[in-house]
Design a protein around this ligand. Structure first.
Ligand code: THG
Length: 368
C-alpha cells in the first residue's frame, strides 16, 4: 500500500519540489524536517541510471548551519573531533560532530566559506540547536543561522560533461572535495566537487531560489542527450560504495571510532573539542564493537529498525541497513558487531518477520 506524507510548513518543501513532482517523484522521506525524494523510477532503475548517466538531486535537506563571528573557528572546532586547525580555504572536510561522551551527533561536511564564517552541511539531526547551546553556555561571540541555501547535486559519470556545458571548461579543474564560485546568469554559485555517491559529481549550493530554478531547467535542457534525469541519494549505490548514513548505520549511541571513522578523529594535543578525553581513552583501549559488512542469504530486504544478530543463541550485534544489490547478486548489510565475535565468513543468523535468515560477516567496503 502507498502511504502519503501530509505536507505542511513543518515538513518543509524545497525550491525544487514543484519541479521534481512535475518530473514524477515516486516517494519521499523526511530529513532535517524537509522533503527528500527517495525514488523516481524505483531504487534499482534509479541506481542503474546513476551509474551510467547523470542525475540532478534535490538535496536541499543538506541544510547549512552557518557559524559567523570572531569565535566561529573556536566553536566549529569544539563541535568536531576532526582537526580543523589547518583547514584550508576552498576545501570541504568530513567532520563528525560529537557530544561530551564522544558519541556521534551528526556527520557533516564543513567548509570555511569566509575568514570568519563556517558552513556545516548537516546530516539528519538538529546541529543548529547543539551549536546554539554551546555558544550560549560558553558565551561565545558568534551568530548561528540556517541560511536559505538549497544544495542541488549533479551526480553520475556524465555530470562532468553536463557541468562543463553550463559553467565552462574551468569546472573540470575542481579537485575532489574542493569548492569555488562559478557564475550562472551573473550569480556566483558556490560549487563543490562532492556528493553522496561514488559515481562522481558536484554539489551546487543554491542561495538564490529564482536563479536556482533557471539553473535547474538549464541543466535538464542541456543534459537531454546525456539522458539527464532527476534522482536522489540511492540506497543501493550508497551501500555498495560504503557511504554511511547517519540515523541508519550510526546514531548518538555510537562513537566515530566504533563506526570506523578513525581517520577523522584527531587526538592532536593542540586542539580542544567536546568528548576528546573519552575518544582518547577508547583509542588507547580499542573499541569493543564496530561496523562490518554482512552478506545475507535472502533476496529482498527492508530494514526499518535495528535488527538483532545472533551467533548460535548469543546476541552479538544489530543490522543497521541493507539492500538487495543486483551487482553483487545478494543482499548487503551494514551491522554493528561485538569485536570478540568478528570472524570473517562465520555463520550468523537474524530473524526478519519471524523468518530465520543466515548471514556471513565480511569487510567494509564490500568487495566482489
Ligand atoms: N554533501 C553535503 N552535505 C551532506 C552530505 C553530502 N550532508 C549530509 C551527509 N551528506 C553527510 N555525510 C557524508 C558522508 C560521506 C560523505 C559526505 C557526506 C563523503 N565521503 C567520502 C567517502 O567516504 O569516500 C569522502 C570522505 C573523505 O575522504 O573526507 O563524500 O554528501 N554537502
Amino acid at each position: 500500500m502507498n502511504h502519503f506524507i501530509a505536507k505542511s510548513a513543518r515538513v518543509r518543501s524545497t525550491p525544487f519540489t514543484q519541479r521534481i513532482e512535475d518530473y514524477g517523484v515516486q516517494s519521499y522521506t523526511v530529513y532535517n524536517h524537509m522533503l527528500l525524494p527517495a525514488s523516481f523510477h524505483g531504487v534499482v532503475d534509479d541506481c542503474n541510471h546513476l551509474k551510467k548517466n547523470v542525475q540532478l538531486w534535490d538535496v536541499s535537506v543538506e541544510r547549512q548551519v552557518q557559524i559567523k563571528g570572531p569565535d566561529a573557528d573556536f566553536l566549529a572546532q569544539l563541535m568536531t573531533c576532526r582537526d580543523l586547525s589547518h583547514a584550508k580555504d576552498h576545501v570541504c572536510y568530513y567532520a563528525p560532530i560529537v557530544d561530551e561522551q564522544g558519541k556521534i551527533l551528526n556527520d557533516p561536511l564543513v567548509m570555511k566559506i569566509q575568514p570568519d564564517t563556517w558552513w556545516i552541511s548537516i546530516a539528519d539531526t538538529d546541529v543548529l540547536l547543539y551549536a546554539k547551546g554551546i555558544a550560549i553556555g560558553k558565551n561565545l561571540d558568534v551568530e548561528i543561522t540556517e541560511p536559505n541555501v538549497n544544495p542541488l547535486a549533479v551526480q553520475g559519470p556524465k555530470s562532468f560533461e553536463l557541468m562543463k556545458r553550463i559553467f565552462g571548461e574551468e569546472i573540470l579543474n575542481l579537485k575532489f572535495f574542493h569548492f569555488k564560485r562559478f557564475d550562472f546568469q551573473g550569480h556566483p554559485f558556490l560549487i563543490a566537487r562532492s556528493g553522496w555517491s561514488k559515481q562522481g559529481g558536484f554539489e551546487i549550493y543554491v542561495d538564490n531560489d529564482e536563479i536556482g530554478l533557471l539553473l535547474y531547467d538549464q541543466l535538464m535542457k542541456e543534459g537531454k542527450d546525456l539522458e539527464v534525469r532527476p534522482g536522489c541519494p540511492n540506497l543501493i549505490e550508497r551501500i555498495e560504495s560504503g557511504l554511511l548514513s547517519y540515523g541508519n548505520d550510526m546514531d548518538m549511541n555510537d562513537t566515530p571510532l566504533e563506526c570506523g571513522l578513525d581517520n577523522f578523529v584527531s587526538l592532536n594535543p593542540d586542539i580542544e573539542y567536546l568528548g576528546k578525553d573519552i575518544l582518547q581513552k577508547q583509542k588507547n583501549e580499542g573499541v569493543s564493537r564496530s561496523l562490518v559488512g554482512l552478506l545475507l542469504d535472502i533476496k529482498e530486504i527492508s530494514v526499518t529498525q535495528h535488527l538483532p544478530i545472533m551467533k548460535e543463541d548469543r546476541f552479538i550485534g544489530t543490522l543497521r541497513s541493507a539492500c538487495f544489490s543486483p551487482n553483487f547478486n545478494q543482499c548487503l548489510g551494514i551491522a554493528m558487531i561485538d569485536k570478540s565475535h568478528q570472524i570473517l565468513d562465520q555463520d550468523l543468523s537474524l530473524e526478519i518477520n519471524g523468518k530465520k535468515i543466515s548471514a556471513k560477516m565480511t569487510n567494509l567496503p564490500f568487495q566482489k
